[in-house]
Write a protein that binds this ligand. Structure first.
Ligand SMILES: NC(=O)c1ccc[n+]([C@@H]2O[C@H](COP(=O)([O-])OP(=O)(O)OC[C@H]3O[C@@H](n4cnc5c(N)ncnc54)[C@H](O)[C@@H]3O)[C@@H](O)[C@H]2O)c1
Ligand SMILES: [Zn+2]
Ligand SMILES: [Zn+2]
Length: 415
């Protein structure tokens, strides 16, 4: 038999069904799960085509290789970045693919060389990692790990360039692409151990999942990047979960004025719930929004946080800044061919523009500060959760986000 065929035969012979949700049943007393080293069959939501509803498929998840961790995903939530790559407006399409990067779960097994994680650990998988060795990991100024930084075009694991996911299409197994190194819309996934953060097992996983992307990004964009002075004015463009988390960062950072801007009139209720001081719907004003902001703040806002991904909004945020010290932080993901334009006098006049991935938190060494805030009730995650759906209804989460209904939808991965 051809060696590849043999490999495939073994792959499927080893397959076992484990759709149990109890991690303890998977664990032997010596911290080795009964499924370690074997292929696991489970359910996953697979994107087969850009913009087409995900399909719940039976998938095979291969065991973790060196420095990898296989995680039983308990909860995933939908972030706009999933929607962005599902729509596939920028990069060459990469389908079939298992999307999802905002999630929580329990370690099922670990590969060789993983010493900081073990089966049964409660964890957050992250779209960006921390190898601890590279120039970026060693610098206080960057969270862009050279080895494990976000890479949307990668479809495979970095250790061997192979996918850990496959599904039967007709009589043949078909590999499925990974996404952001996380692919959390699967009941089991394999992630590089440098992109997995252990959390206290008493934390509720159905809320902690939010810390693995949107909420940390929003808070960090203010506390780690914009760094407003106490009493500052902050304008936040786009009141999704990321923007409202930025508003939380502004509140924690002592801002005196937090102005939310959103075209969706329904977002005014969230602006109120989250304690924003003002709400602007640009469509209700004849003047451009930056002029409205300048009038409201006696010459310009101290900080702007861009959380829509619209390049025109970013340009408008630059105009809305106060000269001398104003800083705008790009958080939203613009289309890859977008071009930012501004009058260079904005820079001569002391305005700054910057951007951030994951709110500049280093996953392993920085994120635990936010997890602690959540544990000590200094950070409320409930208010970001507006919908809950089972995995079988994951497409509803996409519909809610497209229609601008609510904030985060939690996807219960067990059924
Ligand atoms: N940099 C990072 O590390 C990082 C991490 C997570 C998310 N993101 C990006 O942040 C952005 C927000 O994510 P989210 O999950 O909160 O999305 P979301 O869809 O929940 O929220 C976006 C909000 O922006 C509003 N909006 C859109 N266009 C607008 C415009 N022209 N003017 C005013 N408001 C407008 C929408 O009405 C919506 O309320 C996305 O672009 C996402 O890809 C970046
Ligand atoms: Zn690194
Ligand atoms: Zn995200």
């Amino acid at each position: 038999m051809h060696s590849l065929q043999k490999q495939r035969r073994n792959f499927f012979h080893n397959a076992i069904k484990i759709i149990t949700s109890s991690p303890s049943s998977l664990l032997a007393s010596n911290n080795i799960s009964s499924t370690a080293g074997k292929v696991i069959s489970c359910k996953a939501a697979v994107a087969w085509e850009a913009g087409k509803p995900l399909v719940i498929e039976d998938v095979e998840v291969a065991p973790p290789q060196a420095k990898e961790v296989r995680i039983n995903i308990k909860y995933s939530s939908l972030c706009h970045t999933d929607l962005y790559f599902w729509e596939s407006k920028c990069l060459p399409p990469s389908f079939p693919r298992i999307l999802g990067h905002e999630a929580s779960g329990v370690v099922e097994s670990v590969g060789d060389g993983v010493s900081d994680l073990k089966p049964g650990d409660h964890v957050l998988p992250l779209f960006t990692g921390e190898c601890g060795e590279c120039r970026h990991c060693k610098s206080e100024e960057s969270n862009m790990c050279e080895v494990l930084r976000i890479n949307p075009s990668s479809e495979v694991m970095i250790s061997d360039g192979k996918s850990r996911f496959s599904t039967m299409k007709g009589k043949n197994p078909r590999n499925i692409s990974h996404f952001l190194g996380t692919s959390t819309f699967s009941q089991y996934t394999v992630v590089h151990s440098g992109s997995v953060v252990k959390i206290n097992p008493t934390l509720p996983l159905d809320k902690a999942c939010l810390l693995s992307c949107g909420i940390s990004t929003g808070i960090g964009s203010v506390l780690n990047v914009a760094k407003p002075k106490k009493g500052a004015s902050i304008a936040i463009f786009g009141l999704g979960a990321v923007g409202l988390a930025a508003a939380e960062g502004a509140r924690i950072g002592g801002a005196s004025r937090i102005i939310g801007i959103d075209m969706n009139p329904n977002k005014i209720k969230y602006a109120k719930n989250f304690g924003l001081t003002d709400f602007i719907n640009p469509e209700e004003h004849e003047k451009p929004v930056h002029e409205v902001l300048k009038e409201m703040t006696n010459g310009g806002v101290d900080r702007c946080i861009e959380c829509t991904g619209n390049i025109n909004v970013l340009m408008s945020a630059m105009e809305a800044l106060h000269d001398g010290w104003g800083v705008v932080v790009l958080v939203g993901v613009p289309s890859s061919d977008a071009v930012f334009k501004t009058n260079p006098f904005n820079f001569l006049n002391g305005k700054t523009i910057t951007g951030t991935s994951f709110g500049n938190y280093k996953p392993k060494t920085g994120l635990p500060t936010l997890v602690d805030m959540f544990m000590n009730n200094k950070l409320e995650l409930d208010k970001f959760i507006t919908h809950r759906v089972p995995l079988s209804e994951i497409n509803k989460a996409f519909d809610y986000m497209i229609k601008g209904e609510g904030l985060r939808t939690i996807i219960d991965m067990k059924n």
